[in-house]
Design a binder for this molecule. Structure first.
Ligand SMILES: [Ca+2]
Ligand SMILES: [Ca+2]
Length: 555
């Protein structure tokens, strides 16, 4: 219903202007250069990350690439046509979570967490092309209704607003707080940070952008110099919520550190960890962070191998062990040779000497298109192999889910899973999760899986699914659940309407986020996904998406 209200004709221009102002502002700031507070930079050269994105089909994540692509297209913005209403949501089990501007703009790539003290309270965040940062969505009725606010990141070194996105969300039992992580970067400047924001009122108010905690930065605030060779990408966040753990309350942020040569070529891109035990509510900027290289640097490398990683997903076990699932992904193209796992039993100070390879010979295959990127024909958007790790607090079992193309000639991309009963040191054979009634892998493409377990150890997985469209274009969301410790799953569609990703992102359909989100409690299950069913492209000329959930009761 909120959606219809935001489309009243009288509101359309007023809400459009801030959105364009952010986009134009980023470009104008770059064009004008910075004022007298300009830190020392390596000159007015094109930032290395921009050279990387312009010159290589993969590596730095797609949310960042989308900002670059939009700035390239800013000369020819889509024309707004006459206003019109979207299709009504006739199935009340599906709820749009975000509010929007008029004309409506994209929200995508969403993450979610709930309050462990009251799981009917949850916070989700998503890339937001209204603000240029993230839209934060909160519920206190187990997902039936949501309210929106926004966090626009700022780079403290200059005071300028930066481009954000790539959200992660976690809840801290010890702090009674929600935390959101997002990136901070610029189209024409080399500054690159991973920032963290705090809310102690269940998501209503958040750290102002200028006081964001800095989990990672390539800017030295003492010497006021920037290291243009570093771009920090794709972070996710977890908190140790186990009172018996030696590191109870510790906040973990994992991310990918791209090291870029002057040409933009990345010689290594290993995953990293930042952690802290305290983020002061009054000023998170005052937090101090420890840093650990989960995977090693490889100066002069060719951008492949053990120092070429992406998309790290941290999970904390009952005893405080930090588990991290991630992909081995080449630093300069979309090739993911393996699925990897790391763990730390000392609060993030040290990790296993080398990562555990989850995938087994003959059971996993990546897919890249002819240009080395992650698009999956016949659509334009990229669908990288963004993986997810979940942990059963009752049995200790680990569940790892991923996009698998090993059966591609028959069933295109599928969702597969593997489990571990020894804390990730050894993994089961791979099984298909996105299966049809016969048990065979479902036809057409399945991608963007996310997994979670509730307090009772019941596992849930969601993913995007095109099996119902013979042309393999329109997307639904499916969910699987297992009440026998991931021995078997049953699955069903949870979206009440499908949608066309070609109408999902301005005029190109080139980006629908890199992932969806899922948090599961015995009291509420929050499946959150990007959904373009209300795209008003036919009326406005602007393709867009929103964030949806389904309101579901636990069995
Ligand atoms: Ca939208
Ligand atoms: Ca398939």
């Amino acid at each position: 219903m909120r959606e219809r209200l935001t489309r009243r004709p009288g509101t359309r221009l007023g809400l459009l202007l801030p959105a364009l102002a952010v986009l134009v502002g980023v470009i104008a700031t770059a064009a004008a250069g910075l004022g007298s507070s300009t830190p020392t930079t390596p000159g007015a050269e094109t930032p290395r990350w921009v050279k990387h994105v312009a010159g290589y089909p993969g590596g730095i994540s797609n949310g960042v690439r989308a900002v670059y692509a939009l700035s390239q297209a800013a000369d020819a913005p889509a024309k707004a046509k006459s206003p019109g209403g979207g299709k009504p949501i006739d199935d009340k089990s599906n709820v749009q979570m975000n509010d929007d501007s008029y004309p409506p703009l994209p929200q995508n790539e969403t993450a979610v967490a709930y309050s462990v003290g009251n799981p009917k309270i949850a916070v989700a965040a998503a890339n937001d092309y209204v603000s240029g940062g993230v839209v934060v969505m909160r519920t206190s009725d187990a997902g039936k209704s949501w309210a929106s606010t926004r966090i626009s990141p700022q780079f403290r070194g200059t005071g300028d607003f930066c481009s954000g996105g790539d959200p992660g969300v976690a809840y801290s039992r010890k702090d009674g707080a929600f935390y959101i992580s997002q990136l901070c970067f610029f189209r024409a400047l080399p500054f690159s940070e991973v920032q963290v924001y705090k809310s102690v009122d269940d998501g209503q108010t958040w750290t102002p952008g200028r006081q964001a905690a800095r989990a990672a930065t390539n800017f030295d605030y003492v010497t006021r110099t920037v290291d243009d060779s570093i771009f920090n990408d794709k972070e996710l966040i977890a908190v140790d919520n186990n009172p018996g753990s030696a590191h109870y309350g510790r906040i973990y942020v994992t991310y990918t550190k791209f090291h870029l040569q002057p040409s933009g070529f990345s010689d290594y891109c290993p995953i990293q960890l930042s952690y802290t035990d305290s983020i002061p509510t009054a000023n998170p900027l005052l937090s101090t962070w420890a840093h650990t290289a989960i995977q090693p640097d490889n100066p002069g490398g060719d951008g492949t191998g053990s120092s070429a990683n992406q998309f790290s997903d941290p999970v904390v076990e009952n005893n405080g062990t930090l588990d991290v699932g991630f992909v081995s992904e080449n630093c300069n193209d979309g090739v993911d040779p393996h699925l990897l796992f790391q763990r730390s039993t000392d609060g993030g100070q040290t990790f296993l000497p080398s990562a555990v390879q989850i995938d087994k010979p003959g059971q996993y295959a990546d897919f890249v298109d002819g240009s080395g990127s992650d698009t999956i024909p016949p659509t334009n958007f990229r669908a990288p192999n963004t993986t997810s790790l979940a942990y059963s607090p009752t049995t200790g079992k680990l569940l790892f889910v991923y996009q698998n193309n090993v059966n591609r000639p028959t069933s295109a991309a599928d969702i597969s899973y593997q489990t571990s009963t020894d804390g990730g040191l050894h993994w089961s054979d791979s099984k298909f999760l996105s299966t049809g009634p016969s048990g065979d892998p479902a036809l057409n493409d399945q991608f963007f899986p996310w997994a979670a377990a509730d307090e009772s150890g019941r596992f849930y997985v969601i993913w995007f699914d095109r099996r119902l469209d013979p042309t393999n274009v329109r997307i639904n969301t499916w969910e699987a659940a297992s009440s026998n410790d991931a021995a078997t799953f049953s699955s069903a569609r949870i979206s009440s309407e499908d949608w066309d990703p070609n109408d999902g992102f301005f005029t190109s359909g080139a980006f629908i986020g890199d992932y969806n989100g899922l948090a599961a409690s015995t009291k509420a299950v929050y499946a959150v996904w990007t959904d373009g069913r209300d795209s008003a492209r036919s009326e406005t000329g602007i393709g867009e998406t929103d964030i949806f959930t389904n309101v579901q009761k636990n069995p």
